[in-house]
Design a protein around this ligand. Structure first.
Ligand SMILES: C[S@@+](CC[C@H](N)C(=O)[O-])C[C@H]1O[C@@H](n2cnc3c(N)ncnc32)[C@H](O)[C@@H]1O
Length: 401
């Protein structure tokens, strides 16, 4: 329920000046207004001179950090920030978390919860954080998930953190394709909102029972206006408007191809997909001889399976490149936590592929006589205008055929 903004900001002020403050972030902007900085982060630090409130602001090009003394100096600095027309405030203290979002009509939408993590020692800024989201965070009590799944999700968030710009404030539209029990969906929302990003997430899964369960959970967490679920296939589910960021964690077999193809069709700015089992290309390799002189690669069953994994993901990354993405394949989590620990991470550049890149992809597919599912799902090719080698092709979404 919306609340008067002034009263909500008074509550935020008290928390910011409370010695129990752990961390606070202000970001986003109110309708028709623009704060003088993109983002502000506050936290307590212990200096030789005594406790201080550290305030870091970013104008988009460079950060500016200052430490203010408790008392009149901190009061004035906090009042200055509260006067800025930020769209969101996220405040954590040892006892409570408060999230404030300014609505289009200038009221405050406030979510209050018990503390999310034990209070950090002031000055803990030199310590390397083991988790992005504390495994003791109360959301895990709600959403469940094994310790291994929490590790995977946390590692996925780290990869996400390394992908998104530091000063991102949103609005950001995110979709989690093949979301299952929505561990990643909820954790991503939690983490992005904590960073002060104005974010909306949609989880898609073919199972209607998952949609019902996840929607109830979003309501219990008080996030239903920001996190929603759709029952439908990755290929066809209605997600509007198109997302900026596409996530997929262990969508089965060719569901990962569907997720990548959907991301390309949406022209999503970022895509992070951790593939699951790879059956499609492996089945194709079983039924045809390997090209000479590579028979040794596929003669033994286990080697053939592993090679099929490598070939599948290499072709996926290659296809993304042909469709205007800079794509890389990385290990996002230690294999102790899951053997499915590769991540295809891609950023849309809109750069047209060169003739040489197209030829490189085509030669690999032809030599191994495979038909990658992703290729079949991507847009129909436009006729090749026969440019000279290494000349970028004119359209930024050019199929490899
Ligand atoms: C292995 S689970 C992973 C769930 C979740 N991302 C996670 O990591 O916990 C794969 C999920 O993808 C869903 N799924 C598989 N193929 C799909 C498709 N084509 N469209 C929508 N959902 C799909 C399944 O129902 C299942 O919930």
């Amino acid at each position: 329920m919306a609340e008067p903004l002034d009263a909500a900001l008074t509550e935020v002020r008290a928390l910011l000046l409370d010695p129990a403050l752990t961390r606070a972030v202000a970001a986003g902007r109110r309708r028709g207004q623009r704060p003088s900085v993109l983002r502000a982060e506050l936290r307590p630090v212990a200096l030789k001179a005594g406790p201080r409130l550290q305030i870091s602001t970013s104008d988009g090009s460079r950060p500016y950090t200052r430490n203010v003394a408790p008392g009149p100096e901190a009061d004035a600095a906090v009042d200055e920030l509260l006067a800025e027309p930020f769209g969101n405030w996220h405040v954590e203290t040892a006892d409570a978390t408060l999230q404030l979002r300014v609505t289009k009509s200038g009221e405050a939408q406030v979510h209050r919860a018990a503390a999310t993590r034990p209070a950090a020692e002031p000055g803990g800024h030199d310590r390397v954080k083991e988790y992005l989201l504390d495994p003791g965070d109360p959301i895990f009590a709600e959403i469940g998930g094994s310790a291994a799944k929490r590790r995977q999700v946390d590692a996925f968030l780290r990869a996400l953190a390394a992908t998104l710009p530091d000063d991102l404030t949103g609005p950001l539209r995110v979709v989690d394709l093949g979301c299952g029990n929505a561990y990643l969906t909820f954790a991503a929302y939690r983490w992005l909102a904590q960073r002060g990003v104005d974010v909306e997430l949609v989880g898609v899964d073919v199972r209607e029972d998952q949609r019902r369960r996840n929607t109830e959970l979003a309501e219990r967490l008080g996030w239903a206006d920001r996190v929603s679920f759709v029952a439908g296939t990755i290929a066809d589910a209605v997600v509007e408007p198109a997302p900026d960021l596409v996530l997929a964690l262990h969508a089965c077999d060719t569901a990962t191809d569907e997720a990548l193809a959907r991301a390309v069709r949406w022209r999503a700015r970022w895509v992070l997909a951790a593939p699951c089992c790879h059956h499609d290309v492996a089945a194709q390799l079983r039924t045809r001889p390997a090209p000479a002189p590579y028979e040794l690669l596929t003669r033994q069953g286990i080697l053939r399976e592993r090679f099929a994994d490598v070939l599948t993901d290499a072709l996926r990354a290659g296809l993304l490149r042909l469709h205007g993405y800079r794509a890389e394949v990385v290990e996002f989590v230690d294999s102790r936590h899951t053997p499915r620990n590769l991540l295809i991470r891609a950023r849309r550049t809109g750069t047209a592929p060169t003739v040489a890149q197209r030829a490189e992809y085509r030669e690999l597919v032809d030599r191994w006589a495979v038909s990658p599912r992703l290729e079949a799902l991507l847009p129909t090719p436009t006729p090749d205008p026969a440019p000279t080698p290494d000349t970028p092709l004119p359209d930024d979404v050019v199929a490899a055929h």
